[in-house]
Design a protein around this ligand. Structure first.
Ligand code: MN
Length: 355
């Protein structure tokens, strides 16, 4: 479980006496702050919250244990971080190398005489262990998405555009209790369903279309992510065949999502469903991801990941088949790994729905 003491233990193990965090999801996770444009500087004794006057009132209320720094009084954000590190006499400062800009890095390099060490993934590792509170928020986010899904099914009919349906789906989630922050929902139809991350367009839904909905919402900052594929009218034999393969892949994957199983083993299990079929070339190898305050976080499910899954991780499983110029199908659930197996947080049916 995350605490500043735990973080400081991790810093000590890596010989760091300062840590600069600028990835906003990590900032929120570590400090409890819920807005934007802020960074953190943690030393072995103190913790600083750096932002500008737009957010100081909120930060003071949400992060009472942090020393508030208005970076505008000092110069740039990087100047303020450098000032904190100097004041604390830091010798080795960790920073998120994959997040910080080149200019900010150069400023830190110029201002600081100490070592700068890139420590990507330190907070993400903490984030992959969900607390009971986080799990309850994730569960609520999944329930909201499922309720909105039930409502959108009543709206999907010939002539409705993807955009109209996508915006209704977002609206239903907010009405059902979701946070209002925008979330890039995918709702695509017909041949466009082979686009893995297609953007809803002004195309109208037609009879016989697959409609693929990959969507989710936030609840107190914690996210849900689910996908369902339905048919408008009667499904063709090929649609049924593709749908059933996708369904089996997801279900076999879920069976394998247990403590100690590696991400690769889950991926391999899903592939057994399509091996030797004409559809094998149409699968995509990234079939799931951790999810929490950010939609894609460790662990990732795929052929290259040998990390074993652990208890209290919440992650998606979303194998799919994507046939260019014909269409695609995906069924995605959000799974909590438990001591004795797992729990599917998405309650929506896997049965093929023909509207
Ligand atoms: Mn997903």
């Amino acid at each position: 479980m995350f605490s500043l003491e735990q973080l400081r233990e991790t810093m000590k193990k890596q010989n760091l006496d300062g840590l600069y965090l600028s990835q906003i999801d990590n900032v929120r996770y570590v400090s409890g702050y819920t807005s934007d444009d802020a960074t953190l500087f943690v030393t072995l004794q103190h913790q600083y919250f750096l932002t500008d006057p737009r957010y100081t009132e909120q930060a003071a209320a949400e992060c009472p244990d942090w020393e508030l720094v208005n970076w505008r009084e000092i110069g740039t954000m990087a100047d303020a971080v450098a000032a904190c590190a100097q004041k604390e006499g830091c010798k080795a400062v960790g920073f998120e190398g994959s997040v910080i800009s080149f200019d900010a890095y150069q400023t830190l390099r110029e201002r600081l005489t100490c070592d700068l060490v890139s420590v990507n993934g330190m907070i993400e590792e903490f984030r992959s262990y969900k607390t009971p509170y986080e799990i309850s928020c994730l569960r609520a986010a999944c329930d909201i998405a499922c309720r909105a899904y039930e409502r959108i099914l009543d709206d999907i009919r010939v002539g409705m555009t993807e955009k109209e349906l996508a915006s209704r789906l977002s609206h239903y989630m907010v009405m059902e209790g979701a946070d209002t922050q925008p979330y890039g929902n995918i709702l695509i139809s017909g041949a466009r369903t082979s686009l893995l991350h297609g953007i809803p367009s002004s195309k109208s839904v037609e009879y016989g279309d697959f409609v693929l909905m990959d969507f989710g919402c936030g609840y107190k900052g914690y996210l849900s992510d689910m996908t369902r594929t339905v048919v408008v009218g009667q499904a063709s034999d090929r649609q049924k065949e593709v749908y059933n393969l996708c369904r089996k892949m997801t279900e076999i994957g879920i069976e394998h999502m247990t403590v100690g199983t590696t991400a690769k083993e889950v991926y391999d299990a899903t592939c057994t469903v399509i091996e030797g079929t004409e559809y094998y070339p149409y699968h995509y190898t990234g079939i799931g991801h951790g999810i929490g305050v950010f939609v894609h976080e460790i662990p990732f499910l795929g052929p290259k990941s040998t990390i074993p899954l652990h208890k209290d991780t919440v992650m998606t499983i979303e194998p799919g088949l994507y046939i260019p110029n014909w269409g695609g199908c995906r069924i995605e659930d959000q799974i909590l790994i438990t001591e004795n197996g797992n729990e599917n947080l998405i309650s929506a049916t896997h049965e093929l729905i023909e509207l």
